[in-house]
Design a protein around this ligand. Structure first.
Ligand code: SF4
Length: 218
């Protein structure tokens, strides 16, 4: 990352300065957090990801996110790990491909809780780090975010494309600089199963949880 990079000043919807940032993990939210900090946005991280399986992986991702939030002095809300509800909602969608109907459910569930917390705690804007990953469908994520926000008058989902303007490359640079834990699958047990099946078909080893960190020799 070049030290002389000048970040543009970002403006959330309606010129608001207070944002609830749904975060999926430290690598995806690192760039989003630094962009918001540079723009003087008053934001809080909301960690609600009951999709992540197994619990060991969930705790690794969460603890990395807490570590970075503390470093930036950013408030961090640790929400429920209500996996029972997630599995109930995923029922019948176990074999959906990534970016399919199960993922829409998964984004909806996470954003519904984010919007509820925003409503109850006076945040006029919500957004998410989920869209920064090139593996995700931005339109699908934005649709889910807007659907969740629409339940509450006065709450907007910020559809900013965090990938653009070099954001995707900075996400990797920050992850290496911070030596973040590097997850190797999207998060749920089905994505773990499918990623492992793909790796095995390519002659690679299955994922070993807790082993890979950005910046390590690979
Ligand atoms: S693949 Fe990712 S987004 Fe889709 S359901 Fe699983 S954890 Fe959620």
């Amino acid at each position: 990352m070049t030290d002389d990079f000048q970040r543009p000043v970002l403006t959330p919807p309606d010129g608001q300065k207070k944002v609830l940032l749904h975060s999926c993990c430290a690598p995806c939210s690192g760039e989003v957090m630094e962009a918001m900090t540079a723009s003087g946005i008053d934001y809080t991280i909301f960690f609600y990801n009951p999709n992540i399986h197994p619990k060991e992986e969930y705790l690794l991702r969460k603890e990395e996110n807490i570590r970075f939030a503390e470093k930036h002095d950013v408030p961090f809300v640790d929400a429920d790990y209500d996996t029972t509800n997630w599995f109930k909602r995923a029922k019948g969608m176990e074999w959906e491909p990534e970016r399919g109907a199960r993922c829409t459910m998964c984004f909806d569930m996470r954003f519904e809780r984010t919007a509820l917390y925003a409503h109850e705690n006076g945040f006029p804007v919500i957004t998410s780090s989920l869209g920064i990953s090139r593996w995700k469908n931005m339109t699908q994520i934005n649709d889910c975010g807007e659907r969740a926000a629409a339940h509450y008058p006065g709450i907007a989902y910020w559809t900013f494309n965090w990938r653009k303007g070099g954001g995707a490359a900075r996400m990797i640079d920050i992850s290496k600089r911070e030596h973040f834990y590097q997850q190797e699958y999207c998060g749920c047990v089905y994505s773990l199963r499918d990623t492992n099946a793909h790796r095995v078909s390519q002659g690679r080893e299955e994922i070993r949880i807790g082993e890979l960190y950005y910046g390590d020799a690979q």
